[in-house]
Unconditional design. Structure first.
Lengths: 520, 132
């Protein structure tokens, strides 16, 4: 995994994680709860004393109510968070059947989400708390509203900080779960989006500024009546907040969010194999550095992919050429010698007609030679069938069908020949599928070989109606994997579909162009 | 599947001994084939080792029949057969090969020839049957 910058906090959490791995979440929740109580207690109670002059019994009552509420909320919070993070806890404890993907989702999506919802609930409960404050203190409505705003803002700010710290504290567990994620893991799209995080920070910043501006405005408009003060303060604070929020969100959207989205789309395109995807650097900042790195990386990736594809195609072509050469050598060399020898033996047999013993010997020698010749032809045919070169794919597959012990039909909508390497790849793939069907489909199974071609694609399919199998348990045979590699080297695709009782299909597709068709 | 080339049959003049040209790139096979053809009662009037030689020999010798290997160094036996069939008086063509019949697919059926014999199945009897 990529090494990331580890700050003091990261190192602390990492150490804590290593020491308390199986109990790590409980340790975190304990620290978190203690921290929340420590921060929230003064936030609730100090303004009561400082701004509203509560003292003696009233202040103690506020303190007691605040503490009771907080302890109750914290207990509920811990219970809820432990419940939401059950997959993570099980995984950290190494429970049997614990799933890294569920643990990752729990740590990255569920737990922080619960934390945010808990924070919002606490902020909402400030309203009944403030009503209670008003009932016990007899303060004016504007005063108590001010208190609510100040407390809510502090809680929201502290909640955000808590969220960020908690997210960082979970990182050692997330890192470990991430390393164990399956390759095809798709993250659930329910996390707190970057947009939401940034907008929350902007909103808080604007509200803090508004509170600050309100205080200054109230102070500088003392000469006005209370209504006048409130009106000027409201207009100033609202105007200031809206302008600041708008400016900041525009800035964040244009210089961060939109560009990250562009980068994300470009990466998605590269993932689909579109190596012409590039991002336009236009601001000269860190994101542009990222864009430049991305462009260079895609450039290299595209070049390597192209080289790899060409190299694989060359290997397949060289292998085919080698097979053709061996077949040709066998035919021109040993096979021709044996043929001539057999004819000579035939003539010798005619000449020895009057000698029955010699005739029998020569007959035996001729029969043995015929057998050897047949075996040699079978060997040569298996290496590279001559009919594939002379007459193309359907004809070669017809011959393969005749040699298959099952009943096989070959259908083709062909219009011409394909490139030799494509014909060879498809031929050997179909023959492998026919051999597999002969071995596994069961007696009496019927196999249908179909070849279809259109201007953009050439497709082939070998489908049997035999017993089938469960691909999840048996996987792909080495032979079929070789065929998939061979087809893949030429830019094609191959897949095997089967289910118990439902037969087996081998389905492949090769890119084609207008000039390519199928052999007649 | 047997296509008689348009033109004369070998039975046009039974009084004459039928003449045969042997076309194959393997000298050893040509020698043994010559013996076989002769013992079948035909007259071998020439040999050729490739397609161009075969066409020149036919032009010069006017054989009644050609024993023609399908795979020649310069061109296929099918192409030679096509050119021979286009002549005003085409000779009868018997295609031969060390390969199996199935190795040539539909091409064999479409070729303008009397028939096909695998080289190791070549015998006096088979030749007589085909050239009768």
């Amino acid at each position: 995994m990529e090494a990331e910058h580890a700050g003091l906090l990261d190192r602390l959490f990492e150490r804590l994680y290593r020491r308390t791995r199986s109990r790590y979440l409980d340790v975190l929740l304990a620290i978190n709860t203690a921290g929340v109580l420590l921060v929230v207690t003064p936030v609730y109670t100090i303004p009561g004393r400082v701004y509203f002059g509560l003292d003696g019994g009233e202040w103690l009552a506020l303190l007691a109510a605040s503490e009771a509420g907080q302890v109750l909320a914290a207990a509920c919070g811990v219970l809820i968070m432990r419940r939401r993070s059950a997959p993570l806890i099980r995984w950290l404890r190494g429970a049997p059947g614990a799933d890294a993907a569920a643990a990752w989702s729990s740590a990255v999506i569920d737990l922080p989400g619960t934390l945010v919802r808990g924070g919002v609930w606490c902020a909402v409960w400030t309203i009944p708390a403030s009503v209670h404050m008003k009932s016990i203190s007899g303060f004016s409505t504007p005063g108590i509203l001010m208190w609510s705003v100040v407390v809510s803002l502090f809680i929201a700010g502290a909640g955000l900080a808590d969220y960020l710290i908690f997210e960082r504290a979970l990182r050692p567990a997330v890192r470990e779960a991430f390393a164990a994620l399956p390759a095809d893991f798709e993250p659930p799209k329910r996390g707190l989006s970057l947009r939401t995080r940034l907008l929350t920070i902007l909103l808080l910043l604007s509200m803090f500024s508004a509170a600050f501006v309100s205080a200054i405005t109230m102070n500088s408009t003392r000469s006005l009546s209370l209504d006048g003060q409130m009106a000027v303060t409201l207009v100033t604070a609202l105007g200031f907040t809206l302008t600041l929020a708008l400016a900041l969100s525009l800035l964040v959207r244009e210089s961060v969010l939109t560009r990250i989205e562009t980068l994300r789309r470009a990466m998605w395109r590269v993932d689909r194999g579109e190596y012409d995807a590039r991002v336009l650097p236009f601001a000269g900042d860190e994101l542009d550095e990222l864009g430049f790195s991305f462009n260079q990386m895609v450039n290299r990736l595209g070049r390597h992919d192209e080289e790899l594809r060409e190299s694989r195609a060359r290997i397949v072509a060289a292998s085919d050429a080698g097979r053709r050469r061996v077949e040709r050598d066998l035919h021109d060399g040993a096979q021709q010698q044996l043929v001539t020898l057999r004819l000579q033996l035939g003539m010798a047999r005619q000449a020895a007609a009057s000698d029955p013993q010699m005739a029998a010997l020569l007959d035996e020698a001729r029969a043995g030679l015929s057998l050897a010749l047949e075996e040699l032809r079978d060997l040569a045919h298996g290496i590279y069938p001559a009919v594939l070169t002379t007459d193309g794919l359907p004809a070669a597959l017809e011959v393969a069908a005749e040699r298959c012990p099952l009943s096989v039909t070959v259908e083709s909508n062909g219009r011409g020949r394909l490139a030799p390497d494509v014909e060879a790849a498809v031929y050997f793939c179909c023959v492998e599928a026919l051999q597999n069907a002969a071995k596994h489909a069961g007696p009496g199974a019927h196999v249908r070989v179909r070849l279809e071609s259109d201007p953009s694609e050439f497709r082939f399919e070998v489908r049997d109606d035999g017993v089938g199998y469960d691909p999840a348990t048996l996987g792909t045979s080495a032979g079929m994997q070789n065929m998939a590699d061979r087809i893949g080297a030429l830019g094609g695709t191959l897949r095997v579909e089967s289910a118990p009782g439902a037969g087996t299909s081998v389905v492949g597709a090769m890119p084609s162009d207008e000039s390519q068709g199928l052999p007649r | 599947m047997i296509h008689r080339p348009h033109g004369a049959t070998l039975d046009d003049d039974p009084a004459m001994t039928k003449t045969v040209l042997i076309v194959d790139d393997h000298a050893g096979f040509r020698s043994i084939a010559t013996l076989l053809v002769q013992s079948a009662g035909y007259d071998v009037i020439g040999e050729a080792a490739d397609g161009a030689e075969a066409l020149a020999a036919v032009e010069q010798l006017h054989p009644d029949a050609v024993l023609l290997d399908v795979e020649l160094p310069d061109m296929t036996g099918f192409a030679v057969a096509e050119q021979l069939a286009a002549r005003a008086y085409p000779p009868a063509v018997v295609l031969i090969s060390g390969r199996r019949r199935t190795d040539f697919g539909a091409k064999l059926a479409e070729a303008p020839a009397l028939g096909f014999v695998a080289k190791d199945d070549l015998s006096e009897q088979r030749l007589v049957e085909l050239l009768r």
